[in-house]
Design a protein around this ligand. Structure first.
Ligand code: ADP
Length: 448
């Protein structure tokens, strides 16, 4: 079978396995156990200048081919154009986007450099699968290097309506770049419709026909096992004892302005203020590891959240009860899975999210005999696969409070029925199935 070349901004570390490896790496490894794979992209290291030579490490059938980024390229390509401009725009937050010609030039330069480094490594029958918004121009840059291989692209984040996207300076250039791919995958039918309309408006009607939705999933069974195993760990037991029979609400997100955290904290405050029966009876744990600390908006958000935590605990705490526990460091996945299983409510309220895997992980972590309730933003891509969730508008703190009250007082039979409605897709449409669906579209009859 021909080789698959996966191009992603961050290439997984060959030493990372199982619980610590990224979702995409695990999904590909499982789906493609019989196939030769090359990962190509950034090593995660920053040096003086972007490396001219590709470093290669081969483990079994997988080769990891990486480049270090130079300091300037890191600043303009990664922090600048990718994280401070494309990320907010694609999440419908044009007002937060910071555009600079220098960042834009850095973005194109790195994509060109990656393509120039990859092109000579490609075999004629390779299938090339490029991932995410850091690398929109990669396909066109490979074509310019003379590459004729099958080229697929998957966008992990949302694609906004054309009226939003075209507010981005030079937006049309990115659409023309996308037209170089044979298949252009997105997470939801809404994203697909938005992208098709944008491509058509840019005069790329042919490319619009190559857009399709492939909702990504998780390896649900292994997450369930993690959660089950966690129940006998010391950390879990200590945490359980600290709750002294109070119902647990859990939130798990990167500290990112797309996740709706201030509105969520405000909603929880409304719950305590309006539904007084829950006072002293509930604990909300929010785990929000700091991310992208070198982008100004993320630092501002962190300060804003610190204030919210102080306000809510200051206003509602009792000497023996802190209503909100908040931590900004990462928690190991096996521990987190156990915390999710213990939680009566999973609170997932992004303002906009490509998919949101935490929502699916929460469902997978539950005990089917006594499951908790998922409170989910109607603007997460995962909504389509989670019909049993309680949906909220994440901008409406009162709606969040009402949904929390409903979840906390829900009878076991309804909890079970709602969980079963969510579990169908979470366990059936996993990461492996997603991988196979995309590749079989890209390769026609070829089975991955
Ligand atoms: P995003 O890709 O925007 O961060 P997702 O919800 O799609 O959002 O994916 C986040 C992934 O990172 C999930 O697999 C989740 O379990 C993991 N994650 C998020 N927060 C933490 C944390 N505090 N500790 C460990 N893993 C986390």
């Amino acid at each position: 079978m021909n080789r698959l070349v996966v191009v992603a901004n961050r290439v997984p570390n060959p030493r990372e396995r199982g619980a610590t490896a990224g979702g995409l790496a695990v999904a590909l490894k499982d789906a493609l156990s019989r196939r030769e794979v090359m990962w190509f992209g950034w090593s995660g290291q920053v040096g003086e200048a972007t490396s001219a030579e590709v470093a290669e490490v081969t483990v079994g059938r997988i080769t990891y081919a990486t480049l270090d980024l130079g300091r300037e390229d890191y600043r303009h390509f990664y922090t600048g154009f990718s994280n401070a401009c494309l990320w907010p725009t694609l999440h419908y937050r044009l007002g937060l986007a910071v555009f600079s010609r220098e960042d834009h030039a850095g973005y194109r330069r790195v994509n060109q450099a990656f393509a120039a480094a990859l092109a000579p490594m490609l075999r004629p029958d390779d299938t090339v699968w490029v991932h995410d918004f850091h690398l929109f121009p990669m396909g066109a840059a490979l074509r310019a290097q003379g590459c004729r291989q099958r080229l697929g692209f998957f966008l992990h984040v949302p694609f906004p309506p054309h009226a939003v996207f075209c507010g981005l300076p030079r937006a049309e250039e990115l659409l023309v770049d996308l037209a170089a791919y044979d298949v252009i995958g997105v997470q939801t039918e809404d994203d697909a419709a938005n992208l098709r309309a944008a491509l058509a408006a840019a005069g790329e009607a042919d490319a619009a026909a190559r857009v399709a939705a492939f909702p990504i999933g998780i390896e649900a069974e292994s997450f369930t096992q993690l959660a089950e195993k966690a129940m006998v760990k010391r950390e879990t037991e200590r945490f359980r004892q600290s709750l002294v029979d109070r119902a647990l609400i859990i939130g798990v997100d990167r500290l990112d302005y797309t996740k709706g955290l201030p509105q969520r904290f405000c909603g929880y405050g409304q719950l305590l203020a309006r539904f007084k029966a829950h006072r002293s009876k509930v604990t909300y744990l929010q785990v929000a590891p700091v991310s992208r600390g070198d982008v100004a908006q993320y630092r501002a958000l962190r300060r804003e959240l610190d204030e919210w935590v102080g306000r809510i605990n200051g206003q509602h705490a009792e000497p023996d009860w802190a209503p909100l526990r908040y931590m900004t460091r990462a928690v190991a996945r096996p521990v987190l899975a156990g915390f999710m299983r213990m939680a009566r409510v999973g609170l997932v309220t992004p303002l906009r999210d490509g998919m949101n895997l935490v929502a699916k992980e929460y469902v997978a972590a539950q005990d089917p005999e006594d499951p908790g309730v998922l409170v989910l933003s109607r603007f997460a891509g995962a909504v389509a696969q989670l019909p049993g969730a309680l949906l909220v508008n994440p901008l409406d703190p009162d709606e969040i409070a009402e949904a929390l009250d409903q979840a906390l007082t829900m009878r076991p039979a309804e909890r079970k029925a709602r969980w079963e409605d969510c579990a169908v897709s979470v366990f059936r449409d996993g990461a492996r199935a997603w991988c196979r669906a995309f590749l079989s579209r890209l390769e026609g009859a070829n089975d991955a």
